[in-house]
Design a protein around this ligand. Sequence first.
Ligand code: SF4
Length: 63
Amino acid sequence: MGFNVIVKEDECIGCGACIAVCEDNFELKDGKAIVKNEIVEDIGCNQDASESCPMNCISVEEV
Ligand code: SF4
């Protein structure tokens, strides 16, 4: 059990909002957000990051 965190890179505008609320698991690379750990045991701040994204391009799904 855990969560699968994915950024749809082609939709990311590199605004940094997800990093501002969840630098534990997101970072900017070449102007796009990338997820440090796509599978996490605890949802932590990942849901907050998803909700902060103006492009709605972060998915957090229970796996
Ligand atoms: S909040 Fe969304 S658009 Fe902004 S950097 Fe993160 S993934 Fe990209």
